[in-house]
Each structure stands twice: as C-alpha cells, then as structure tokens.
Design a protein. Structure first.
Length: 75
C-alpha cells in the first residue's frame, strides 16, 4: 500500500489546522472565565498560595530554592 506524498502532507496539515482550531476555542473559553473571575472579584485558591509565598519580606529565600543544591547534587 503506497501513500502519495501530497496526500500525506495534506492530511498532516489538515490535522494541524483542526488541532489549532480546538485550541483556539479552548483559549477563548479560558479568557472568558478569567474575565468573569476578575469582574466578580473572587480570588482563586491557586492565586492565594502563590501570592502569599512571593510577598514575604526581609529578603528571605523560599524553601524550595534553599534545598536546590541538595536536589541536583550540587558541590
């Protein structure tokens, strides 16, 4: 069974177009959800945890960065 090269290229391009169209619809859906969250003033739980760790004062290093040399076998 021999497949023509042009048919294969057209098939792959069609598949890429379909995948990018699906991702575009997903992106539009996420964008509308984000704007709804901003309009309602609700802060998601995932944002609470990241802002609380990054807002520490005093110049202290987060714990995950303190353990970095041990995790990668540093000298």
């Amino acid at each position: 069974m021999k497949i023509n090269k042009t048919k294969l290229i057209v098939g792959v391009l069609f598949l890429l177009i379909v995948v990018s169209a699906v991702q575009a619809f997903q992106l539009v859906g996420m964008n509308s959800k984000i704007s709804e969250i901003k309009a309602s003033g609700i802060k998601p739980a995932s944002l609470d945890s990241t802002t609380s760790t990054s807002s520490s004062s005093g110049g202290s290093v987060p714990t995950n960065l303190q353990n970095l040399p041990g995790m990668v076998g540093g000298c």
